[in-house]
Ligand binder design. Structure first.
Ligand code: 1HN
Length: 334
């Protein structure tokens, strides 16, 4: 490098300029995919028990153990799979987690217990095992428990994406300005939806998707190219995904019909709802049972095999968001 060039570089730097021809960022070879992670319920359960003993929502707002990567990208990385952060929340009979709202979308999938209720903008959503409850962006939400057994659920949020977009905001209660909600019953007849005054919200007006309803539809869903049957949790007013940046579906795998490997740039968190089996994710094989949770980070080919007659998996992903951004890539192989 000549003296002149070095001086020029200094001048560019002082003017907040940088020569692209010296940058390697855009041309780096793709990094190795993050490895899949597995949280087995048998292993988790006693650790959750200890969290129930040492703290309360009274003290910490939400009693959640986050499912984090052991290979964080930076000190603030608490992601489960790049854009998604998942955790297990525990609520004991008589407890209440105060209302708050935030810009992040969240969904809850109930794993154990009964008698808890999530209030979403004031709408009561009973939390029975297998139910999916939405608390979309900027909706007020609180959790209450009037039952007799501890209730535990999977929380999945799009926190990492909001952090990256510089869009994290949080407001504690008391509730103010809560919008008027429409009862879920207005959407309970198939193929009929209420005519609404003005629909401004970018999310589903339904906040609770009972498990039995999803399974009833899933049993009759067609077999897809990858060998699975799937139902999506949809916004009934649009047919699109229930929330903008995170979608959810329930998938069924049958014994003797392993799914074909899918390679995608979307990220997923899976939760086993019924049955046993294994998933090959990149070079890793994860053997799973009910309530197990595992991640499928982008660029890992993924194939599922059921060992029981039927196995059902909840999949939460950023797939629909990537698709609407026009950047989804997906390939099914033999
Ligand atoms: C949150 O608001 C809840 O309201 C649960 O139940 C988990 C994880 C990260 C950020 C906010 C809840 C959360 C969360």
């Amino acid at each position: 490098m000549t003296q002149d060039y070095a001086e020029l570089r200094q001048a560019w730097k002082a003017a907040n300029l940088s020569p692209l021809w010296e940058s390697t960022t855009a041309h780096k070879p793709p990094p190795r995919p993050d490895p899949a992670l597995h949280w087995g319920w048998d292993h988790l359960r006693p650790l959750l028990e200890s969290a129930m003993k040492v703290t309360s929502p009274e003290a910490v707002e939400r009693r959640v153990l986050l499912l984090v990567t052991p290979h964080p990208r930076d000190a603030d990385d608490e992601a489960t799979a790049r854009t998604l952060a998942a955790g297990i929340q525990m609520l004991l009979p008589g407890e209440r987690a105060r209302p708050h709202r935030h810009t992040m979308n969240a969904l809850r999938f109930v794993l154990e217990g009964s008698g808890a209720t999530t209030l979403v903008d004031g709408k009561a959503c009973p939390m029975d095992v297998g139910d999916l409850i939405l608390t979309p962006a900027w909706t007020w939400h609180e959790h209450q428990h009037t039952g007799t057994e501890p209730t535990m659920w999977l929380d999945v949020l799009d926190v990492p994406l909001h952090l990256w977009l510089g869009n994290v905001a949080f407001q504690p209660g008391p509730i103010n300005d809560a919008p008027v909600t429409t009862p879920d019953a207005a959407f309970s007849a198939a193929n009929v939806v209420p005519v609404m005054q003005a629909v401004g919200a970018p999310h589903s007006p339904v906040f609770r998707y009972p498990y039995a309803d999803a399974v009833r539809a899933l049993r009759h869903a067609p077999v897809l190219d990858d060998g699975t049957r799937q139902v999506r949790y949809a916004n009934p007013l649009t047919g699109g995904s229930a929330m903008c940046l995170m979608d959810a579906l329930l998938m069924q795998i049958e014994k003797g019909r392993p799914s074909r490997p899918v390679l995608t740039n979307s990220n997923s968190v899976f939760c086993v709802t019924e049955g046993e089996g294994e998933s090959q994710i990149g070079g890793k094989t994860i053997r799973w049972r009910p309530k197990d949770i595992f991640s499928v980070p982008q660029h890992n080919p993924c194939r599922h095999t059921a060992f029981s007659e039927t196995a059902r998996l909840l999949r939460v992903s950023d797939r629909d968001a990537l698709n609407r951004l026009g950047i989804l890539k997906e390939k099914i192989s033999e």
